[in-house]
Design a protein around this ligand. Structure first.
Ligand SMILES: [Zn+2]
Ligand SMILES: [Zn+2]
Length: 339
């Protein structure tokens, strides 16, 4: 029996009668993490890993009906034993392990295999069937160690300071921004956060994650001299908006796994691209899949066809799973321009 099937509302567990990261409102939802394409409003009941509770409440509302489990803690529901295991993607992100009549399935949600200090590191979980994402599921995606990327960001920031320019770094407000704050050299100068970033910084600090002090952009006057020394973190949507006018002369950059591609980098029109992703790269996906020992792999959002073909060639029972994930945060690539 399949422990997870695709339904119009989302990924559904028939024996347990609940959904994992449903995209339509349902009675019982199990949530892998707080990104907008995985955690949506309107469900009657939410179950998630405990470290993600603050994020879910900050994003979906303080009054959601939320039940949490520590990583590794089990809950039995209609014969299905459910537990959460770290996915290493963002604070509170979890893989969902389901066991029913000796059959074990794991739904990964989004995951990253390089530990980054802002969330519990990815832990492979043995299973018969593994549901994997494939956001960066092409062989061209191979990440440099994050320490090298942070060194590049520090270097860019310092060079801008020497020229008296503000450093505006675009990144997604939840996860990526906090990972950058955690990883960069915060002694270089003041750090300013956009209004969509700052509330999430607070949740991370409350969870005991080191996030250096940040100034709220709204509190700083236009052309304040400190901006010429500052690193400013803002979501991509702030680019080109009137919000940017306060920074005077600036250099801008974008931090994303998509910066690996030349097309999107050019079209964003930013000065620099830093290849920093919160998703597994191609070797990371293959390593994680192998570690599960699964003989059957279901592939969701990303490069589904490529990964399915690769795994099938290796003798695994692989198939694509249609989902509505990937229309938010980092998961959506921009189309390459026609040559
Ligand atoms: Zn995500
Ligand atoms: Zn996703």
């Amino acid at each position: 029996m399949d422990l997870v099937i695709a339904r119009p509302e989302g990924l559904y567990c028939p024996p347990g009668d609940f959904y994992i990261d449903p995209w339509r409102a349902v009675e019982r939802s199990v949530i892998t993490h707080g990104h907008g394409d995985h955690a949506r409003t309107g469900n009657s009941h939410y179950l998630a890993a405990e470290p993600g509770a603050g994020i879910l409440r900050a994003r979906l509302g303080q009054d959601i009906n939320l039940q949490t489990l520590a990583y590794g803690e089990t809950l039995k529901h209609q014969g299905v034993t459910l537990s959460f295991h770290p996915a290493g993607h963002v604070l509170g992100s979890a893989q969902v392990r389901l066991e029913y009549e000796g059959e074990v399935w794991v739904a990964s949600g989004d995951y990253k295999v390089e530990p980054d200090g802002t969330c519990a590191p990815f832990e492979p979980v043995r299973c018969h069937t593994f549901i994997t994402e494939s956001t960066f599921g092409l062989p061209i995606y191979r990440w440099q160690p994050q320490a090298e990327i942070f060194a590049e960001i520090n270097h860019w920031w310092r060079a801008n300071q020497q020229q008296g320019k503000a450093s505006v770094l675009f990144c997604y407000a939840f996860g990526k921004a906090q990972r950058i704050l955690h990883g960069i050299d915060s002694t270089l100068g003041p750090i300013v956060a956009h209004g969509s970033v700052e509330p999430l910084n607070r949740v991370y600090r409350d969870a005991g994650i080191f996030i250096p002090p940040t100034l709220y952009a709204g509190d700083i006057k236009k052309n304040d001299p400190l901006l010429r020394q500052a690193l400013i973190l803002a979501p991509p949507s702030a680019g080109g908006s009137t919000w940017m006018r306060r920074f005077g002369d600036y250099s801008d950059a974008f931090a994303s796994g998509w910066m690996r591609l030349r097309g999107p980098r050019r079209r964003r029109g930013v000065d620099r691209g830093f290849v920093l992703s919160d998703h597994a790269d191609w070797p990371g996906l293959l390593w994680a899949i192998e570690q599960t020992g699964a003989e059957r792999v279901m592939v969701t959002h990303g490069s589904v066809a490529t990964l399915v073909r690769y795994l099938s060639d290796k003798g695994l029972n692989a198939q694509g799973f249609n989902t509505e994930y990937g229309d938010d945060e980092e998961a959506m690539p921009e189309p390459e321009p026609a040559p």
